[in-house]
Design a protein. Structure first.
Length: 115
């Protein structure tokens, strides 16, 4: 089992920044991919950014390229999502995801960007 706890969401004006954190605990050795998803009201959950440990690769959805950065601190078993130049369309609940032998989700953190 892997337990994920997100933090860092909030309300910000358009053009502002937020940094989300996701602390992982448990059987983290089994995890290969960690990422962030978001779900806007009335929309499906979508992948925002992810990195794959086995390949060292990162990927971003097109709408956040150049604005968001995913990073990790292995010593703290924590993944971050730095979000800059936020837009109202970035509003949603952001979920941390970990996948490997199993798939795990955090509880979600609300990000609201006002225009």
């Amino acid at each position: 089992q892997v337990h994920l706890v997100e933090s860092g969401g909030g309300l910000v004006q358009a053009g502002g920044s937020l940094k989300l954190s996701c602390a992982a605990s448990g059987s983290i050795f089994s995890i290969d991919v960690m990422g962030w998803y978001r779900q806007a009201p009335g929309k499906q959950r979508e992948l925002v950014a992810a990195f794959t440990k086995s390949t060292g690769s990162t990927n971003y959805t097109d709408s956040v390229k150049g604005r968001f950065t995913i990073s990790r601190d292995n010593a703290k078993n924590t993944v971050y999502l730095q979000m800059n130049s936020l837009k109202p369309e970035d509003t949603g609940v952001y979920y941390c995801n970990a996948a490997g032998l199993g798939e795990y989700w955090g509880q979600g953190t609300q990000v609201t960007v006002s225009s």
